[in-house]
Design a protein around this ligand. Structure first.
Ligand SMILES: Cc1ncc(COP(=O)(O)O)c(C=O)c1O
Length: 394
């Protein structure tokens, strides 16, 4: 039985998380080589489900690294790659000892100068034309350029450090398989320069179609093409593993945000449905202009009537706090509950306190149909606990 939970709240379904993992494993990517990207969702209870399924994690800050450790991941299961780190952070990362990927030539130097590493991975970027052709950021601020690889190898050799992994990033929410395939084959091409290589990391970014709740990316095809290209390099095949770092694909479909209708009104021939959540708590529609499919979750009266020209809007003061614009939507009334689908990734993790809003609770529906609160809602003290108000006399 579903308990009565006050809205808004995020709800994650364990069954869907496991189904998403199995889809990747069925594409013949080893579970141990799937590193869930913590930036998409860092809830420790959800991370535990992934850990128990054999997955690793990808972390992008020292705070995410600490969360991964708190969730109990083994160092070898944690990939760490971050930008513009301070020396103290570099030392901290070396001390924790995850699988480190240096994201620039400069950063590689800092890792080598500030600790006693045995091995490291490097992030590589390719020529601007490659990204431009694929409508991705032509200015790649991260990554070591291909013509600097010789220098990077020499530098690591001088420090007695093995380069065991190469990594590159081909976009986020991207459904362009060719881009990934060409990118991976470029990585395989340069990989012959590295004598101690153990893995090639194609990172994450596999795209979801939010409004139709589909996944168009062909993972099987990506793995097939990786193995095909690799088989052209007999000295590499057999010894190199493909790693990936998906966040959105695993957690996006597993989460919903549930909210309550607080107002229904008509204005200028349109129907406005106001809800008790907003762009601070559920930010993707505002940030990316994305429509997450909305359904009636619970209703007081049964009423099948669909009404056109419906707008579903948030409870912040921002005039562009829209969740749906001009859709056909069932007739609802105050007190009914709605849910936003595909809200498991980059929703809670992107939420904020903008307009004094508090982050909602997170709940898990386990495989055996039990509900549990896995993060409590924020309270007013969250907003003020880091403030140092000056007294009037100062
Ligand atoms: C290096 C890296 N790996 C993995 C990811 C995760 O991407 P996604 O959640 O879209 O799969 C990102 C996202 O920006 C990234 O920058």
């Amino acid at each position: 039985m579903e308990p009565i939970i006050s809205t808004p709240y995020y709800l994650y379904e364990e069954k869907i998380i496991l189904e998403q993992i199995n889809k990747i494993a069925n594409a013949k990517i080893l579970k141990k080589n799937i590193h869930f990207s913590l930036m998409s969702n860092n809830n420790i209870c959800l991370l535990n489900i992934l850990k128990e399924s054999g997955l690793g994690v990808f972390t992008s800050s020292v705070q995410e690294l600490a969360i991964a450790k708190k969730a109990g991941f083994d160092n070898k299961k944690i990939i760490f790659c971050s930008s513009n780190l301070k020396i103290d952070e570099i030392k901290e990362v070396i001390n924790v000892n995850p699988v480190i990927i240096a994201d620039s030539f400069n950063q590689l130097n800092k890792y080598l100068e500030n600790g006693s590493l045995k091995e490291i991975g490097i992030r590589i970027s390719f020529e601007p034309e490659f990204y431009r052709k694929n409508n991705f950021l032509e200015i790649q601020r991260q990554g070591i350029e291909v013509d600097q690889l010789g220098q990077a190898i020499e530098l690591c050799e001088r420090h007695g450090v093995k380069i065991v992994g190469i990594h590159s990033y081909f976009g986020t929410n991207n459904s362009n398989e060719e881009f990934f395939k060409t990118g991976l084959s470029k990585l395989i091409d340069v990989s012959t320069q590295f004598k101690d290589l153990e893995f090639i990391d194609g990172s994450g970014g596999f795209g979801l179609d939010y409004s139709n709740e589909k996944f168009n990316f062909n993972l099987n095809e990506l793995v097939r093409s990786f193995n095909d290209v690799l088989s052209g390099y007999p000295q590499l095949s057999g010894s190199i593993e493909l790693k990936i770092e998906p966040g959105r694909f695993i957690m996006g479909p597993a989460g919903k945000l549930i909210c309550t209708v607080t107002e229904v009104y008509e204005k200028q021939g349109r129907i406005f449905i106001g809800v008790d959540t907003n762009l601070s708590q559920f930010p993707r529609p505002y940030i990316y202009g994305e429509y997450h499919r909305i359904e009636v979750y619970k209703r007081i009266k049964k009423d099948k009537l669909k009404r056109p020209h419906t707008f579903i809007v948030g409870n912040s003061i921002k005039s562009d706090d829209f969740f749906a614009i001009n859709i056909d939507f069932p007739k609802v009334e105050e007190g009914d509950q709605l849910c936003f689908n595909y809200a498991g990734a980059y929703c809670y993790s992107l939420s904020s306190n903008f307009c004094g809003q508090l982050r909602p609770a997170e709940y898990l529906l386990s495989e055996n149909n039990e509900y549990s609160e896995i993060r409590t809602p924020e309270s007013f003290s969250t907003l003020i606990k880091t403030q140092n108000p000056r007294s009037p006399g100062q």
